[in-house]
Design a protein around this ligand. Structure first.
Ligand SMILES: [Zn+2]
Length: 340
């Protein structure tokens, strides 16, 4: 599927500039998720803490590559992950933007009086952390999310607002928040098989897919510290009205992992948040990974009404939704036996 294969989402209408993003065993680990009491060391997912992680990220301001807020948030991630992970590294690289000024104005539906930003080189940072399992082997499962936020609010009605960066509470911060809390859970009670956690930069730069998925494309070509065998991507998992379906490319790439996740969610009582039905195809960070031989599924709720608007703020997210996703992914990880 190419960028030109645009969109065809029954019942959902998207403007062309944003439509580019749309192309079209159950072992419950609840017994393993034993609460040990206390707070810092408890081995259960804390949705309230995850929601605080959403708020903390947004408090830096929009995490747009090339800005101070972006770099400050990166440094905070690294410091936090170093407290709870076995290894943490920053995969730094530079990226040359492709969009022309005319394209930029066209995609954002802006009059000529709006000056396009220069198509410059941007510094990018993927953040890679490892939590080893009790089996002592290299982890094979990648857990990932994008940490940047979009420099433009494409779906705002007023042109003046479309050129403003979004807070990205759900679109960016929610997936990372779940991963930060999962890292704490896995440190408190190590799973048999470890995990590689990667926070991708530059997923949402835009204005179209030519300059998106930048960090995941780079990581797919340069996986560290070892190439994962499969992965789970979390994107827009914090909406208070959470509704995740089986994203079609994910099912094609890794049906078994998709089945495991949705059956685990059902077993935990999260059938409302995880609808076991085929959803639309969504171009996202999982595609570069799939194409590089890391079959990755995308857990995403694309019914979020505040997508790419200035209203994508922490108050739209809920601890309960973050818990539904966090507990499900934790149960899937704890149920994995030793890495062969
Ligand atoms: Zn986005």
């Amino acid at each position: 599927m190419t960028d030109s294969a645009l969109v065809f989402v029954p019942g959902i209408h998207f403007l062309p500039s944003v439509a580019l993003r749309l192309l079209v065993p159950v072992i419950l680990a609840t017994a393993l998720l034993t609460a040990t009491g206390g707070c810092a060391g408890k081995a259960e997912f804390d949705g309230a803490e995850a929601l605080k992680h959403v708020e903390r990220q947004c408090a830096f301001g929009p995490r747009v590559p090339g800005t101070k807020a972006h770099d400050a948030c990166r440094d905070w991630f690294v410091a936090e992950l170093k407290k709870i992970c076995d290894t943490v590294q920053v995969q730094h690289f530079e990226y040359q933007l492709n969009v022309s000024p005319a394209e930029w104005r066209s995609k954002l539906r802006l009059p000529a009086r709006f000056t396009a930003p220069p198509s410059t080189k941007l510094p990018m940072d993927n953040i890679i952390a490892v939590i080893k399992g009790t089996d002592g082997k290299d982890p094979s499962l990648l857990l990932c999310a994008h940490w940047d936020s979009r420099p433009t609010a494409d779906l705002e009605r007023r042109a003046e607002n479309r050129v403003k960066a979004i807070a990205g509470a759900n679109d960016g911060a929610s997936g990372v928040a779940v991963l930060l809390e999962l890292a704490r859970v896995f440190k408190a009670k190590r799973p048999t098989q470890g995990v590689i956690i990667v926070l991708f930069d530059g997923e949402d730069y835009g204005p179209d897919t030519k300059d998106m998925f930048i960090g995941s494309k780079y990581y797919a070509k340069n996986p560290l510290p070892v190439k994962p065998k499969e992965g789970i991507l979390l994107d827009m998992v914090g909406d208070a009205d959470l509704e995740i379906t089986r994203e079609s490319w994910s099912v094609d790439a890794n049906r078994a992992l998709c089945d495991t996740v949705f059956k685990t969610a059902e077993g935990l009582g999260y059938s409302r948040q995880f609808r076991n039905q085929i959803g639309i195809m969504i171009e996202d960070d999982h595609l570069p990974l799939i194409r590089a031989g890391i079959p990755t599924i995308n857990l995403i709720d694309f019914t979020y009404p505040y997508w790419h608007t200035l209203a994508d703020t922490p108050d739209k997210c809920s601890a309960a939704s973050l818990s539904a996703v966090g507990e499900t992914v934790a149960a899937v990880v704890y149920a994995r036996s030793s890495n062969p």
